[in-house]
Write a new protein. Structure first.
Length: 401
């Protein structure tokens, strides 16, 4: 797909509106003066202390092994999860709480046990790293979709492990996440971790990053995925992680009102209903997502093409840009986009490691709720984006079958 000429452009003749805007999803004003903002008084940061994806993973780990690397779920949600020796966790990519209002998602209604927060940034590679480690981004170190990797000296697409221009990034992929990861900790406790994924994901760089220590089972269609998950759950002492990508892909490429999105939602509901009706007795079925989706019209996409910003380094996501460079230029960009400059370290979780901090921008530019900010090298073709702090991006369901 190609971009439309109706997109907003930050070109050399652009004259920004100088008003300051409220940081999306917060109760306090974020400055754009280059000093950033202290988020300790805001409600912007996701939960990492009882209502987050990281806490769901910690809850399952604690149920299976007696201990966990992070805090488990708050009691009101923890009590909705049965205690057993085998769990099936299904992650529906892109199925945020907002997407559950879609008419095609009606069959999920009876399974909703609560609302969780995706970690920040609200994007797949970051959330899946939290699943794979049971840690927040501050601890596992994956802090962006397009991440600055100091040891590579380049910005890296952490889904495909290529540069923004498409060059392959050779790397010791299995060493990206800290050791031991969740799968390795489960194995040491005599729990077998298994992931059921689309078969063509086998051996990809992302699979090698995420699933060190887990058994990989490929599936080639929806029925194959359900059948494999059901059969694998017949043995006790297992955690089976089943990944369903269809909703996210359809939203990105075709939009939330498209027939393709409706088809993808049917796949998701068919998987959930199939597992709920066919899993062996005593197996607990849990569902969630990695983020939600926001759709943007062409004129809501702001292409950052003004040459005066070429001296800044950009990484991150269209909804939250990591910036390095001159603070004055960052201020100008924040004013031009009506975005909010913040300290990203306050959003990625507690006690950031030196590795996480080395990949984090000097400042983070949060986009307004109705804008996708697209520097050179970022994908301008998509219908939906995510990565920010709005409820539509951050709120994900806790489903219990």
């Amino acid at each position: 797909m190609t971009g439309s000429p109706s997109k907003s452009r930050l070109s050399n003749d652009y004259r920004p509106n100088r008003t300051r805007r409220q940081c999306p999803g917060t109760s306090a004003l974020a400055t754009v003066t280059g000093q950033g903002t202290n988020l300790s008084t805001m409600s912007a940061a996701p939960s990492y202390d009882g209502a987050g994806l990281v806490n769901l993973m910690a809850e399952l780990e604690k149920r299976l092994t007696g201990t966990s690397a992070s805090v488990g779920l708050a009691s009101e949600m923890a009590t909705s999860i049965p205690t057993t020796d085998t769990y099936v966790l299904v992650l529906f990519d892109g199925l945020g709480v907002a997407q559950l209002s879609d008419p095609g998602a009606a069959s999920f209604a009876g399974s909703i046990a609560g609302t969780l927060h995706a970690p920040f940034p609200t994007t797949t590679s970051v959330s899946l790293a939290t699943v794979a480690t049971g840690l927040s981004p501050s601890q596992h170190g994956q802090i962006a979709h397009l991440a600055w990797m100091p040891d590579v000296g380049r910005v890296v697409n952490t889904l495909k492990w290529v540069t923004p221009s498409g060059d392959t990034v050779p790397y010791a992929y299995a060493s990206v996440l800290p050791k031991p990861n969740l799968w390795e900790r489960l194995r040491s406790a005599q729990i077998e971790p298994i992931t059921v994924q689309p078969g063509d994901f086998a051996g990809t760089p992302l699979t090698r990053v995420l699933y060190r220590g887990a058994r990989f089972e490929g599936a080639w269609d929806t029925e194959d995925l359900v059948k494999a998950t059901v059969q694998l759950a017949d043995e006790p002492h297992r955690l089976i992680f089943t990944y369903v990508p269809h909703v996210d892909f359809a939203g990105h490429v075709f939009g939330l009102k498209s027939s393709e999105f409706a088809d993808a939602m049917k796949v998701a509901t068919d998987v959930w209903e199939g597992l709920a009706s066919r899993l062996p007795p005593g197996v607990a079925l849990i569902g969630t997502a990695d983020h939600g989706l926001l759709e943007f019209s062409e004129d809501q996409k702001m292409l950052i093409r003004d040459r005066r910003f070429d001296d800044l380094r950009f990484a991150g996501d269209t909804r939250g840009l990591h910036l390095w460079g001159d603070s004055g230029l960052m201020n100008e960009l924040a004013e031009a986009t009506e975005g909010s400059l913040v300290d990203g370290a306050e959003l990625i979780g507690p006690n950031p490691t030196p590795q996480a901090m080395s990949r984090l921008g000097d400042m983070l530019l949060l986009a307004p709720e109705n804008r996708a900010l697209i520097p050179r090298g970022f994908d301008k073709r998509l219908r939906c984006y995510h990565g920010g702090l709005t409820p539509a991006e951050m709120e994900i369901p806790l489903l219990v079958g």
